[in-house]
Design a protein around this ligand. Structure first.
Ligand SMILES: Cc1cc2nc3c(=O)[nH]c(=O)nc-3n(C[C@H](O)[C@H](O)[C@H](O)COP(=O)(O)OP(=O)(O)OC[C@H]3O[C@@H](n4cnc5c(N)ncnc54)[C@H](O)[C@@H]3O)c2cc1C
Ligand code: FES
Ligand code: FES
Length: 1565
């Protein structure tokens, strides 16, 4: 045991004072910030705890205990931490003068420095509206500041909160406060028309700017609905003004825009015929509920009319008077100098510079906030601008670069300077003669709105005519900024920051270069001298990788962007990233060209256009922003035409030669993008010039003709200039009914409808925690109030793999003030604990023992605990670890594993039915019919769970650490309990694991969370103090594993029948998955892939083998779908391959080969009827096929493709069936404990965990229905191992099946016991009266319920041979048992459009039809479907996990995962959702689950791959040849672009003819 006894961790006692305040040159400085939060002034004693280096998020959560604001990533990429910063802009600061204005900006609190909030008002989710206030506290007690909410009004939720809670806009709820705050920021805009404050924003503006938040659960559609309903007008992007829309219904939705108008009975409903109706299955329509984006909006709008005006004034009314113009007296001693500041006024106080020194154990250095330029420049003169820890000073403006550097690159800046907004020259933006002048610290949002205003309002400026050149200057900047980071980042980040950082992939720098912008640098070299200014062109500013031409004492005062002057001058920005929104570019560019008409020479030379000037600047092509000087030189003076551009392209390729191992990878793609942008630029300029020439001709001018371009090359506009889509959809579900399912047979319960329940079974009840999610009052593990003596932990992690662990020396950590202890494997030995871990094989360890090997980068070696997470992290990094490399190189990929035979040999599983496929697949005909054979492979990449809440554990010891309570964010309560017990050598009965809710899990917290809990438990046990361990996002993503990557090799044959139909005949497939270095759940995941390789198709002869590969990646684990999607992707790929080889349409081949009822799967389950319930896939396929006119859609796509060379459309039509139940028999069990109280309320505890999937809501509905009480009379306890013991992880989508039944069992036991009492009372007696009487009659009102799936319906044993005498008429392989109870089924149809030149794609529409039986809660089920779909779409398109392997040698060390945060790993964002997103539930039933429902969590995931197949279809169209190609998954922009193949990519690849078939972008599989 190593405990630092010298220091008890009280940062009030021990203070370091390494950086005493520097008064000069800030002589009149103050030392205490002035902070206002949620309408109240933070008392100076608490404000003074804000320290340099601390983020606002840390301050809010840890000092003010405002835990509604969440930490999702800590790098500005998820928006979970969004808060609103409000400040006053004085009259001189407001454009055009006029009155002062309160301005609001949503920001990322995880980057925003706490001290930057000085003099501003911070609104957190707690200040917006409170659910608790509703029920617990009187309004007067809780009103936030001056919030003038009408007393007596009992609706305490802000309309945004109400809209999201009512509109099913939250699932796990972890992202929800951030999303609400982002919306609050966007909607809190003063109404320009003088009508006061209101949601003045148009939907289109919202669509433009909801770009800084991620949600991993919902699929965004319900959030869009809720948000749009609060806007001024209907669908943005299509119409801008309510008036444009014609009549508007009382619902607030413009009729012309409403797709459900045909059903609308309102009088205002006119002209019904000019809108197209979205899909709803006609056969079901009579009994279907149709729920549209618009009808959702209607509900929201009605609420809005009731309550909103006072709410929309809230951010203005909450704004502290102190910060407004008028002077207020203050009698506090704010600067801690012992004198009261009464009478000086807060504004005056604030006008003094701020100097704060961190005297705490955190040693954050000094923060300066000068208020004049002279003060600022004097600081530079005194300290220099190095800011590298050697005494220099670092300017911090938005902190969006510096914050990342300090947090992730561990840079230390002991002196930071944050210029006050009072230094106007740094923040102002204005037009001056020939330039747009931008202050060096002005926010990018201000620049964006300035450009927007220029574009919108300068039409009638002095010159009279609209200045087109102004537009040509402003538009590219505005457009580029639309895709620059996110609204939250743009609200704080500045142009100076972008320039000085000099990132090679900066978005603004190339554009500034192409505009010919220059930078004005200011300095004050002499204390008694004036300010000196130096001008440098942006294109000369960059000297090398992150090196710029800026002196030690200089800073950027302003940037001057010259206005476009010539009529024939065109500017365009280009950007391609992995994801459109909030993503750093792969390649970015700014291009400007000035053309001059050449009159001809009268010698027969035609009039033509000459390139007078051209600038082409790239980011992403070199270590710094670079001009393509060769190409530019080639072009100047030449005539404007394709030939010149082709020549320039060649010059470009000579100029830039990116080596394959260049950092960032994607070398050939980057080259191709650069060349493709140039081609796009040419085509765009032709379009613009053509328009201008036509306009000039109209006014009588004769100009040279413009080169014509082929008609199909006209549409090349990329997403940069296009409006963001408006997402809408129709959700359709059968009219709610209380269906009878398995409980009839299992529990003899036939009449659930005997008692009516409000929001009971079948109703679209709202998520039980919705209001708490929306107010930030829902508690997650990290929000649990800190117990006394709490310590924070940080893991000691291996920085290597494939090495022997020689020593771990924790002494350096223990020397750090604030560190309390450091524990390794030795301490587990001291405790007498068992170090072994693992869910199936005990092949993993809690802490790696010295002398053994480290198997992956990030493997846990121990834990350091200290007074804060920051300190603990410092300690963990100080631990000295020695390694000794093992021979050879680490096995990383599946190919590596195959090469070195690195498999879990005992877990190779095989399935065989029918004849010998090897023999069959050697033939060319069968039974006289032609046998078409194909052979190939398909790879699918891994996936990161990206639950918004990182793993967290709080371990609390009691009674001298003999007992432990573990609060964990886990799907596996019992596993957590058991391993914490065994590793710390504590009896399981003395360890309790509790879990209230998770911020998402998706399988990622099924096994990997346990390792985190165990580490905290060891430290808690050793110190006898509570220990909290919250993983940073990058740690979480580095060590917790994810979805397994797969490689499948196949040979398949189909028979061509006499009638021309093609029948699948034989399949032989080997599938490999990359399990990482420990077995974890690799075997079962692979098994499920094997069980789903057939998808919905019948193969008479079938052989599959699954081979789990052992590599040096972190252990991979469960992830929604659990291997099934990886299996189904194989069959869909093979069907495409066969369709091509047999020359039939893929749709027909699929439909002709779907299982018929009673046909058997290869693992022996007959489909349909008594076996699995109805087999609905063929019928669902037909319904969608007919209703949506799939042939028509395909024809329309073909037509589009014929007309467009550079844009292609594709259609993906994809079915799925998903097996429900755990394949291990013992796991199909669940328990519940139900208490009926004498007030008629019911408390349920069950073994399942709530991670957003709505399990608790559905189980509550089951209980409410059973007791016949309203839903809000049922409460669900946290999941706790002392209430329901020996639980299984919440997984396999099974939880409603298990815990719904177990709960119903318990309810029925109680009901049975109280029946005599009920009978003795009047028939209308309330439950509380029955319960009360039963209690006095000494009847037990509690029951434990239990459910185990029938023996003959679950459990599959791979090793079991066919027993002697097994009946021949039984299906093959059925002797091994039964893999699944039933199947959830579905079909999806998606249409996409790709940009051939860049690889960008957008999903135009998706229609889903899903069979989830009789839904217990259609709203929750639709939410699950949409969320799973979007997650599946992400996996198959933009989400790419990358490891350091042979294909990515620039990632070091080998085997390290590179994608460790939202910056490098992209999950779908708000605008990635299909533009039309319709979901229908089939009117169906299921006798094998509670209330005839079906499991829903995982099955729709695979339907997301319809987008992948649509992209593949579009890529096939672009390739223009009908030949097989392996289109690997995910379909990243790189794969799309490079697989399309054309003359441009061929030039870049350097391979000419066979490029289309052979080039494969790299990937990590
Ligand atoms: C989530 C996220 C997304 C992002 N997306 C993009 C993107 O899409 N495109 C892109 O190009 N960048 C992106 N960035 C990078 C970053 O936002 C920009 O570089 C931004 O412009 C930096 O501005 P800042 O005010 O935050 O700089 P800070 O972090 O405050 O400072 C950055 C550097 O500039 C210096 N500096 C700042 N202002 C001045 C000045 N006036 N004079 C002298 N030195 C100065 C600082 O001292 C520091 O060295 C992203 C960053 C994050 C965190
Ligand atoms: S936590 Fe701040 S953006 Fe993710
Ligand atoms: S509800 Fe958005 S992340 Fe879970």
């Amino acid at each position: 045991m190593k405990v630092n006894l010298a220091y008890d961790g009280d940062d009030d006692v021990v203070r370091t004072d390494l950086h005493p305040p520097v008064s000069a040159p800030l002589a009149n400085s103050r030392s205490v910030p002035v902070l206002y939060v949620n309408g109240r002034a933070v008392p100076p004693s608490i404000a003074s705890r804000a320290r340099p280096g601390q983020t606002l998020l840390d301050y809010l959560r840890n000092e003010l205990r405002l835990c509604g604001t969440k930490l999702g990533c800590g790098e500005g990429g998820c928006g979970a931490c969004t808060v609103l910063i409000s400040s006053v802009r004085r009259s001189s600061e407001v454009e055009g003068g006029g009155k002062s204005k309160i301005v609001h900006a949503a920001v990322n609190a995880c980057l925003y420095p706490a001290l930057a909030a000085d003099g501003r008002h911070v609104t957190t989710i707690e200040g917006v509206g409170s659910w608790k206030r509703d029920s617990i506290l009187a309004p007067a007690e809780t009103s936030t500041g001056d919030n003038k909410v009408d007393e007596g009004d009992d609706d305490r939720l802000h309309p945004i909160q109400r809209a999201l809670a009512d509109g099913h806009g939250s699932q796990c709820g972890f992202c929800t406060p951030g999303i609400i705050m982002a919306l609050y920021g966007l909607l809190s805009v003063e109404d320009d028309d003088g009508g006061g404050v209101g949601p003045a924003v148009r939907a289109s503006e919202l669509e433009e700017r909801m770009d800084g938040n991620l949600c991993r659960c919902t699929g965004y559609r319900p959030i869009w609905d809720a948000a749009r309903g609060l806007c001024r007008s209907g669908h943005g992007g299509m119409v801008d003004d309510v008036e444009d829309l014609g009549p508007v219904g009382s619902c607030g939705t413009p009729c012309r825009e409403c797709p459900s108008r045909e059903d609308c009975v309102e009088e205002c409903n006119v002209n019904a015929n000019d809108v197209s109706l979205s899909y709803a299955p006609s056969s079901q329509s009579s009994s279907m509920v149709v729920c549209t984006t618009e009808s959702n909006m209607r509900e929201v709008r009605v609420k809005r009319l009731d309550v909103e005006r006072r709410w929309w004034r809230q951010p203005y009314e909450m704004f502290p008077d102190d910060l407004l113009m008028r002077k207020t007296t203050s009698d506090v001693d704010r600067d801690g100098n012992g004198n009261e500041d009464g009478g000086t006024g807060v504004r005056e106080f604030l006008s003094r510079p701020l100097v704060v020194v961190d005297a705490s154990v955190h040693d954050g250095g000094t923060w300066f906030q000068p208020t004049t330029l002279v003060e600022l420049l004097d600081l530079y003169r005194v300290h220099g601008r190095k800011g590298d820890g050697n005494g220099g000073i670092k300017m911090v403006v938005g902190n969006t670069e510096v914050g990342i550097e300090t947090k992730f690159k561990k840079m230390v800046y002991p002196r930071m300077v944050h210029p006050s907004e009072a230094i106007r020259s740094l923040y102002e933006i204005f037009l001056s003669g020939t330039s747009l002048v931008v202050g060096g610290c002005a926010s990018l949002s201000d620049l964006q709105s300035f450009c927007h205003d220029l574009m919108m309002t300068k039409k009638d400026q002095e010159g009279g005519e609209f200045d087109a050149n102004l537009l040509r200057t402003a538009l590219p900047t505005h457009n580029m900024l639309r895709w620059f980071a996110s609204t939250q980042i743009r609200n704080v980040a500045c142009l100076g920051g972008n320039l000085v950082t000099a990132s090679p992939i900066s978005d603004m720098n190339p554009l500034l270069c192409c505009h010919g912008a220059s930078i004005v640098l200011a300095s004050r070299p002499k204390a008694d001298g004036g300010i000196e200014r130096r001008r440098v062109r942006v294109s000369d500013f960059f000297l090398g990788y992150r090196r710029v031409d800026i002196g030690e004492i200089e800073m950027i005062e302003r940037v001057e962007i010259p206005l476009v002057r010539s009529r024939f001058e065109y500017v365009a920005p280009f950007k391609q990233a992995r994801r459109r929104e909030d993503d750093i570019s792969i390649v970015t560019a700014g291009m400007r060209i000035r053309l001059r008409p050449d009159e001809g020479d009268g010698d027969g030379r035609e009039m033509h256009w000459i390139i007078e000037d051209v600038v082409i600047a790239y980011g992403g092509m070199a270590p710094m922003t670079t001009l393509a000087k060769g190409a530019m030189a080639y072009m100047v003076g030449k005539s404007f035409g394709e030939e010149t551009f082709v020549g320039a392209r060649r010059a470009l390729l000579e100029e830039f030669d990116i080596p394959d191992d260049a950092p960032g990878g994607q070398a050939k793609y980057r080259m191709t993008l650069a060349a493709s942008f140039l081609h796009k630029f040419y085509l765009l300029c032709v379009g613009e010039l053509t328009k201008d020439v036509a306009e000039a001709a109209a006014s009588g001018l004769t100009l040279p003709p413009v080169a014509t371009i082929p008609i199909d090359e006209g549409d090349v506009e990329g997403f940069v200039g296009a409006p963001k889509p408006s997402i809408r959809g129709v959700q359709t579900y059968p009219s709610p009914r209380i269906a009878v399912g398995l409980e009839a047979n299992h529990l003899g319960h036939h009449r659930p409808d005997a008692l009516a329940a409000v929001d009971g079974v079948g109703k679209p009840a709202k998520h039980a925690s919705g209001p708490l999610h929306c107010t930030g009052e829902a508690l997650y593990t990290d929000d649990i109030p800190a117990p006394r003596d709490l310590l924070h932990g940080y893991l000691i992690m291996s920085t290597r793999c494939h090495a022997k662990l020689v020593s771990v020396d924790v002494a350096p950590a223990l020397r750090i003030p604030g560190i309390v202890g450091a524990f390794t494997h030795e301490d587990i030995v001291t405790l007498g604990g068992d170090n072994r871990m693992g869910p199936i094989l005990l092949d993993d360890v809690a802490f790696v023992p010295v002398g053994t090997t480290v198997d992956y980068v990030g493997q846990v070696l121990g834990i350091v605990v200290g007074v804060s997470q920051e300190i603990a992290e410092k300690g963990a990094r100080a631990v000295a670890v020695e390694y000794q490399d093992l021979e050879g190189k680490a096995v990383v990929s599946i190919e590596d594993a195959i090469e070195s035979n690195s498999f879990w040999i005992d877990n190779i599983h095989e399935m065989q039915r029918g004849g010998n496929v090897t023999e069959i697949l050697q033939k060319s005909e069968f039974d006289g019919k032609k046998l078409v054979i194909v052979e190939g492979s398909i790879r699918s990449g891994g996936q990161e769970h990206f639950y918004l809440e990182p793993n967290t554990t709080l371990a609390v010891p009691s009674e001298s650490a003999t007992n432990l309570t573990i609060y964990a964010s886990t799907q596996a309560v019992t596993k957590t309990q058991m391993f914490c017990a065994s590793v710390t050598n504590t009896p399981a009965a003395k360890v309790v694991c509790r879990m209230k809710r998770m911020g998402g899990g998706f399988g990622g917290k099924e096994t990997r969370s346990v390792f985190i809990s165990v580490a905290a438990a060891v430290a808690a046990k050793m110190t006898n103090r509570p220990v909290k361990l919250t993983l940073n996002r990058d740690t979480d993503m580095s060590i917790t594993g994810g979805r397994h990557a797969f490689l499948s090799k196949y040979k398949a044959g189909a028979v061509i029948q006499e009638d021309g139909n093609v029948k699948l005949f034989a399949l032989d497939v080997q599938i490999y998955n990359n399990g990482g270095c420990k077995f974890d759940l690799t075997g079962p995941v692979l098994d499920r892939a094997l069980f789903h390789i057939d998808n919905v198709y019948y193969w008479p002869h079938f052989h599959s083998v699954g081979i789990p590969c052992k590599t040096a990646q972190p252990p991979h684990t469960a992830f929604r779908g659990f291997g099934a999607p990886q299996g189904m992707i194989v069959s869909e790929h093979i069907l495409d391959h066969l369709a091509l080889a047999c020359d039939v349409s893929g749709d027909k081949l699929r439909r002709d080969n779907m299982y018929m009822p009673d046909q058997c799967t290869p693992f022996g389950i007959p489909l349909g009827g008594k076996s699995t319930g109805n087999w609905n896939v063929p019928d669902m396929w037909d319904q969608l096929y007919t209703k949506l006119d799939v042939p028509g859609m395909r024809a329309a796509a073909e037509e589009f493709n014929r007309k467009n060379k550079w844009k292609k459309r594709g259609v993906g039509f994809t079915p799925t069936k998903f097996g429900i139940s755990f394949t291990s028999k013992f796991m199909n069990q669940g328990g519940a404990l139900v208490h009926l109280y004498t007030d008629g309320t019911v408390l349920v505890s069950h073994g399942g965990t709530e991670m957003g999937q709505g399990l608790h809501t559905k189980v509550s509905q089951v209980a409410a229905q059973a007791f016949g009480i309203p839903l809000d009379h049922v409460y669900i306890n946290d999941t706790s191992s002392d209430k329901v013991a020996n639980t299984l992880p919440t997984a396999a989508s099974m939880s409603t099946d298990l815990y719904g039944m177990a709960t119903l069992d318990a309810c029925l036991q109680i009901l049975k016991r109280i029946q005599p009492v009920r009978d003795s009372l009047p028939s209308n007696a309330a439950l509380k009266d029955v319960a009360k009487k039963a209690f006095f009659d000494r009847i037990d009102l509690s029951a434990h319920g239990f459910y185990a799936l029938d023996n003959d319906r679950c459990g599959y044993d791979w090793t079991k041979e066919k027993p002697e005498g097994y009946p021949d008429d039984m299906p093959e392989n059925s002797w091994r048992g039964r893999a699944f109870n039933y199947f959830t089924q579905g079909v999806a149809l998606s249409v996409v459009e790709i940009d051939v030149l860049t690889g960008d794609h957008k999903t135009l529409s998706t229609d889903l039809l899903v069979d989830v039986g009789s839904s217990i809660n259609p709203a929750i089920d639709i939410g699950q479907i949409e969320g799973a779909f979007v997650q599946g779409m992400g996996w198959s398109t933009i989400e790419e996990v990358i490891y350091g392997d042979d294909d990515h040698t620039w990632i070091r060390p080998r085997a390290r995962v590179f994608t460790t945060g939202p910056g490098t790993y992209k999950i779908p964002a708000f605008n990635d959702v299909p533009e039309i997103f319709n979901v229908s539930l089939l009117d169906s039933e299921n006798p094998f689950a509670v209330h005839s429902s079906k499991a829903v969590g995982e099955p729709p995931f695979f339907l997301g791959c319809s987008v992948f197949f649509a992209i593949k279809d579009a890529v096939t169209a672009a390739r223009g040849v009908s030949e097989y190609f392996e289109f690997r998954l995910p379909a990243t922009s790189e794969r799309i672009r490079m697989m399309c193949g054309d003359e441009i990519s061929s030039e870049c690849i350097g391979a000419a003819s066979d490029v289309k078939s052979s080039f494969q972008p790299k990937g990590s599989f």
